[in-house]
Design a protein around this ligand. Structure first.
Ligand SMILES: Nc1ncnc2c1ncn2[C@@H]1O[C@H](COP(=O)(O)OP(=O)(O)OP(=O)(O)O)[C@@H](O)[C@H]1O
Length: 684
């Protein structure tokens, strides 16, 4: 189910392969509208023996100079004349815009021709320049490429939907306006943005028009579901989200516009444009990612304002996206009570232009004063829950101790050989990924197929071997996760790994990288002093990566050889103390039983830089679902076992009465007070 794409992606990241289109949630399958745009070369290529080294802006410039290709330097792209435009087109009245219409991404080398919509990788571009591109160069290939836009399904839905004001029943209009919060949005605005309503699906329909002509390339449907007084919304797109690259509002942008506001929801763009008159665009996948394929469309703007939402996640996403667009031209609207989503701001009668004027520059110099930080500090203080990070849904005990999973941190994870480190960390990362954390896996020891099998089993929480008829159901859902794998196996140079991670952060907005395990980057040094020095260096590099990219890195490190009878400690991590010093969190999978809880393992949080709480909790392994999390129905059993076990050896020392779960312990401060491990029953 996994396919390696090289086109546009020189770093061998595995992407899920999708057969037919499936809506993000709930829409019927089998409506594939075909590829949304022409690709110069898009078929899956066989696995590469060696990873291709990433290209750099300097190398791209050098190549263009060597081949006498003129170029202009932009914010995220280099612009050159397009070899994919027929020479005759260059002579028409649009010659000014078509002459430098090829945009080459400075970071990936991927290109997009804005005139013909041809796109491809840096290798494809070079092949075309050197006349090797499947025997085609200079537009030959394009003149043969079939037009693939305007799928039947897209048109069928579009034709069945109607402008809201044309609904025959005024009550239905009022209901729709109330459900979607449109009472202050005028018909004029809805008309300008060509928003329609699909009655049978109770959904607003947002079109994706081709930048050339009036072709429809796709649609986004926003469905309102009423639950008593509450309304919840569900989005679905054609084509599937990973191919849905609609910057909603693009047809309204004039070539002379130098400023734009980016939003995360189409209705926010309507509200903003209506009340401020500013050009607005909506990111196709909201705060979850900004695909580099969209960057060429944003090159023309001298100033880009992000107003993505009212929570810390929107703020983090805006900072991440600003890096791609060149932070010097970006400003961010800080989320807060008085700065909610634009649509809500309009409905509450707030002054949207004034809020836009308070947007903060995304760019900080290397040295900043508190004055520049005070707004960010306020943001954290007024969103304390969110500042503590994303909470695990399967591991409430981790939430109690670590409070959440935060960006930019380094977690070091260790445990005895064969104790289940990979299995545990797989579920820990899957939990976050299922909640929308874009995750990149570097599994150097076990193959990606095996890892994906473990993850899929954990995802489905059942033995899929026995239910193969359900495989497609689970695999389809699993495919929708924002999950990517590096294809490295065995020993690998740290530089190559970091370059791959950097690329993934840029292309897929990765927020969590899992490296299993660090020993595979340490080369073949035999002397233990060399090995320790190598490990220190590598840990330092990962630390810097996490901080620089505001991306969480979870690093699995083997412990040093110790007496089997002793439980591991922070000092048992292989190497010098560097790993534990650099880490924000240290987790240890202990291969023995806690007196207080069930299961043959327990997890120890032995360092937590966020608030200092450390502690332990039991892990019970479920062999059929390969999970360590405890399903709710087992809670009673946990209690029973505890009752049978009699009083615990040591009482929790947290002082946070009532906050400590029955079987886990939290200790404030650096020195954990552990349960007495039940060494009478060594496991494994
Ligand atoms: N608590 C457990 N009890 C029994 N079996 C387990 C447990 N946890 C994991 N396993 C099984 O043990 C095997 C090894 O697990 P895993 O690969 O996760 O260990 P590891 O600690 O990462 O190994 P290594 O030290 O080689 O990296 C797997 O088949 C897994 O399903």
């Amino acid at each position: 189910m996994w396919v390696l794409l090289r086109g546009g992606n020189p770093l061998r990241i595995l992407l899920p392969q999708r057969g037919e289109w499936m809506g993000r949630r709930g829409l019927p399958r089998g409506l594939a509208p075909g590829p949304p745009r022409r690709r110069y070369r898009k078929e899956a290529l066989p696995d590469l023996e060696m990873p291709v080294l990433p290209v750099t802006a300097t190398k791209i410039r050098q190549y263009l100079r060597e081949h006498g290709i003129p170029f202009q330097d932009g914010h995220s792209c280099l612009r050159t004349p397009s070899p994919f435009v027929e020479p005759s087109k260059l002579k028409d009245q649009t010659a000014v815009t078509t002459s430098f219409s090829l945009y080459i991404d400075k970071t990936t080398g991927c290109f997009l021709c804005m005139t013909s919509l041809a796109e491809g990788s840096w290798e494809d571009f070079q092949a075309s320049v050197e006349g090797e591109g499947d025997g085609a160069s200079e537009g030959l290939l394009l003149s043969k490429a079939p037009e693939v836009e305007d799928s039947e399904e897209v048109w069928r839905i579009w034709n069945r939907s109607v402008p809201l004001w044309e609904l025959p029943d005024p009550e239905e209009v009022q209901l729709a306006n109330t459900m979607f919060g449109l009472t202050k949005i005028t018909d004029d605005t809805l008309k300008r943005f060509s928003v329609r309503y699909l009655r049978p699906a109770r959904s607003l329909v947002f079109p994706w028009f081709s930048p050339r002509g009036s072709g429809l390339r796709g649609l986004k449907l926003l469905e309102a579901k009423c639950w008593g007084d509450r309304v919840s919304y569900e989005e679905s797109t054609i084509p599937q989200p990973s191919a849905y690259h609609n910057l909603f509002g693009l047809p309204l942008i004039s070539r002379r516009d130098a400023e734009v506001v980016l939003t995360s929801r189409e209705l926010d763009s309507l509200a903003l444009n209506q009340s401020t008159g500013l050009p607005t665009l909506t990111l196709p996948q909201g705060t979850s990612c900004l695909p580099p394929a969209l960057l060429p469309y944003l090159e023309q703007f001298r100033r880009i304002i992000f107003w993505l939402g009212d929570d810390l996640r929107s703020w983090e996403a805006a900072k991440l996206f600003a890096r791609k667009l060149n932070p010097k031209r970006c400003s961010l609207v800080r989320p807060g009570d008085q700065q909610p989503h634009p649509l809500e701001a309009l409905n509450r009668g707030l002054n949207l232009s004034r809020i836009i004027r308070t947007a903060l520059p995304a760019w900080h110099k290397s040295i900043v004063s508190f004055r520049q930080l005070r707004e960010e500090v306020l943001g954290e203080l007024s969103n304390v829950e969110q500042a503590a990070g994303l909470r695990w849904s399967r591991f409430p005990d981790l939430n109690r101790i670590l409070k959440g999973h935060r960006k930019g941190e380094l977690t070091v994870f260790t445990g005895p050989t064969g104790s289940g480190k990979t299995t545990f960390i797989s579920e820990y990362a899957l939990d976050l990924c299922s909640q929308g954390v874009n995750t990149l896996w570097g599994s150097f020891e076990i193959s990606n197929v095996r890892l994906a099998r473990v993850m899929l089993t954990q995802f489905a929480e059942r033995r899929l071997e026995d239910e193969l008829d359900k495989y497609d159901h689970w695999a389809n859902r699993f495919e929708d996760l924002p999950l990517y794998f590096m294809t490295f196996h065995g020993q690998q140079g740290i530089r190559t790994v970091i370059d791959t991670m950097q690329h993934a952060v840029y292309v897929y907005d990765i927020c969590h990288v899992v490296i299993d395990n660090l020993q595979f980057m340490m080369g073949h040094e035999q002397l233990s002093t060399d090995r320790i020095a190598a490990q220190d260096y590598i840990v330092g590099v990962f630390r810097k990566f996490a901080t620089d990219n505001n991306c969480h890195v979870t690093l699995v490190i083997h412990p040093r050889k110790e007496d089997d009878d002793k439980e591991l400690q922070t000092a048992s991590i292989f190497g010098s103390a560097k790993a534990s010093q650099e880490a924000d969190n240290v987790l240890i999978l202990q291969d023995r039983k806690l007196v207080t809880g069930p299961g043959k393992r327990y997890l120890q949080v032995s360092k937590n830089r966020f608030d200092g709480d450390v502690g332990v909790f039991p892990l019970e392994f479920n062999k059929s679902s390969l999970t360590f999390s405890t399903p709710p129905k087992n809670k009673t059993r946990l209690k029973k076992i505890k009752d049978e076990a009699g009083p615990v050896a040591k009482k929790p020392s947290s002082g946070k009465k009532g906050a400590t779960p029955q079987n886990s312990e939290i200790c404030s401060g650096k020195a954990p007070i552990l349960d007495q491990p039940d060494t009478s029953k060594p496991s494994k």
